[in-house]
Design a protein around this ligand. Structure first.
Ligand code: HGY
Ligand code: MN
Ligand code: MN
Length: 413
C-alpha cells in the first residue's frame, strides 16, 4: 500500500487554516473556535473516507473502519489537533491525518480485516487551556473522572465540566469513556519526533521504545514586597530571587540525574507579584515540568529538590508551597508491535532507528490499558512547539505507509 503524499499535504494545510494566530505559527486551543472548526473538518474527511464517526462525552472523536468480526477488540491509531500557543502545524496533526490516510489506504486496498480499525482525535493532549494534559486519553485510562472535570479550570476560572456542558456533551455518559485492559487490542500512534536524533543520525523513521511521563507542579514563593531602592540587599526577602535559587538547583539535579535513561526539567511559566519594575516581588509563582522514563527516578528528583526548601526558606526569609497537577507514569512500548513496525520499515526500505520519546503523547495514557507503540517522523532541526516546526510531507507519507501495513496486520491477528 502507498500513501497519497499530496492528499496528506492538502489536508494538513487545510486543517492548519483553523488557527487563532496565523501571523505567528498555529494556535488551536481546546474548544475555542479554531479547534471546534478543526474537529468538524477532520470529522468531514473521516466521513468522506467512509469511516463510522462517533464522539464520546469528553470529545474524543473516533473514525472507524468496520472489520468482519465485531466481537474482537479494535485496533486504534490517532493523535491530537489541539496545540500549544504559537505552535507548528504537525505536532499531533501528522498522526491524525496520517491515521485517517492509513485507513483510506486499507479500505482502497480491499484487504479484509477482522478487527475494527479506528482513527482517533484525542481531546486536548496539550495542557494549554486547563493546565492538565491528555484530558481525553487520561479519561479513557480512568485517570480523569467527571468529578475531576469540576476541579480543572482555565485562566478565566471556567471548569472543564462547564465547558463540556455548554458544548452539549452528555456528562451522564462520562463513565463510558473509560476503557479496561482487553478493550483495545493494540494502539499505534504516528507523531513527529520533536527532537533531532533522527535528523542527526540521517534516519527517516523512528520506533519508540519508551514514552516519558510528565510531572507538573506550580511552586509559589512568598517573600516581602518592598521598595527596590530603599530596601538594602541585606534586608530584602525577594520572592523572585528565591525562585531563581530553586530553579538553578532543579537544573543541577536534573542534569546530574543518573537514576534513569532520560530526565528533563523545565520552568516554562513565571509570574511575579506585583510585577512592577521598582518593587521587590513579594510573590513568585512558577511552573515545573519534569519528564523521565522512570517513575521512581522522577519521584526521587522532586524529593531531592523539596528537601532543600527549608534551607532556602531560612536563608532568604521566604515560604515555599507546591501545587501538584499531575505525576504521570511512564510507559514502555509493546515489543511485539514494535517488531511488526520494524518488519514493515525494513520492507519499505526506510532507514530507521529505535529511540525514546522525551515528549509525552496520548499513547502514554492509552498504554495504561492497551499495548501501544509509536512511529516517529523527523522534526527539522529538532524544533517543535514553535512556528519553526517542520516535517517533510514525504517523511509523513513514509511513516503512513508503515502505519497502514502495521494496522492491517494487527487487525488480522
Ligand atoms: O509536552 C509534551 O511533551 C507534548 O508535546 N504535549
Ligand atoms: Mn505538543
Ligand atoms: Mn503532540
Amino acid at each position: 500500500m502507498k500513501s497519497d503524499v499530496k492528499r496528506i499535504e492538502k489536508e494538513l494545510r487545510e486543517l492548519n487554516e483553523f488557527n487563532s494566530t496565523p501571523e505567528s505559527g498555529t494556535t488551536r486551543v481546546l474548544f475555542t473556535e479554531p479547534e471546534l472548526k478543526g474537529r468538524e473538518y477532520v470529522k468531514g474527511i473521516m466521513k468522506d473516507a467512509g469511516l463510522e464517526v462517533t464522539e464520546d462525552s469528553i470529545g474524543n472523536v473516533f473514525g472507524c473502519l468496520k472489520g468482519t468480526d465485531p466481537s474482537l477488540a479494535p485496533v486504534w491509531t490517532g493523535s491530537h489537533i489541539d496545540t500549544v500557543l504559537n505552535a507548528g502545524m504537525f505536532d499531533g496533526m501528522a498522526g491524525v491525518i496520517g491515521g485517517i490516510e492509513a485507513l483510506r489506504m486499507i479500505k482502497e486496498s480491499g484487504a479484509g480485516h477482522k478487527r475494527d480499525i479506528c482513527a482517533i482525535i484525542y481531546t486536548s493532549e496539550e495542557p494549554t487551556r486547563f493546565e492538565l494534559s491528555c484530558l481525553g486519553s487520561r479519561a479513557m485510562a480512568g485517570e480523569l473522572s467527571v468529578e475531576d472535570t469540576k476541579n480543572v479550570h482555565d485562566k478565566d476560572g471556567k471548569t472543564l465540566y462547564e465547558v463540556l456542558n455548554e458544548l452539549g456533551y452528555d456528562l451522564s455518559e462520562f463513565h463510558r469513556i473509560k476503557r479496561s485492559k482487553g478493550d483495545v487490542y493494540a494502539a499505534v500512534e504516528m507523531h513527529i519526533e520533536q527532537s533531532s536524533k533522527l535528523e542527526n543520525d540521517h534516519k527517516q523513521l523512528g520506533i519508540v521504545k519508551a514514552i516519558c511521563a510528565p510531572s507538573n507542579y506550580d511552586i509559589i514563593v512568598k517573600g516581602v514586597q518592598s521598595h527596590a531602592g530603599g530596601t538594602s540587599m541585606e534586608d530584602r526577602h525577594d520572592a523572585y530571587m528565591a525562585a531563581c535559587d530553586i530553579a538553578l538547583r532543579l537544573e543541577k539535579i536534573a542534569r546530574e540525574n543518573t537514576a534513569s535513561e532520560y530526565t528533563t526539567a523545565t520552568i516554562g511559566r513565571v509570574a511575579t507579584v506585583p510585577g512592577s519594575v521598582n518593587v521587590i516581588p513579594g510573590e513568585c509563582r512558577f511552573s515545573v515540568d519534569i519528564r523521565d522514563t522512570d517513575a521512581d527516578s522522577k519521584k526521587q528528583l522532586m524529593k531531592n529538590l523539596v528537601s532543600q526548601f527549608p534551607d532556602i526558606e531560612k536563608e532568604r526569609g521566604v515560604t515555599i508551597d507546591i501545587v501538584t497537577y499531575n505525576e504521570d507514569i511512564p510507559v514502555k512500548c509493546d515489543r511485539d508491535i514494535m517488531d511488526i513496525i520494524r518488519k514493515h520499515m525494513e520492507n519499505s526500505g526506510a532507514e530507521y532507528e529505535y529511540l525514546l520519546s522525551g515528549a509525552y503523547h496520548d499513547s502514554l495514557f492509552v498504554g495504561h490499558f492497551a499495548p501501544v507503540a509509536m512511529i516517529f517522523v523527523p522534526s527539522k532541526n529538532g524544533i517543535s512547539h514553535s512556528p519553526e516546526e517542520w516535517t517533510d510531507f514525504e517523511d509523513i507519507a513514509a511513516g503512513t505507509d508503515v502505519l497502514a501495513e502495521t494496522l492491517l496486520e494487527l487487525a488480522n491477528k
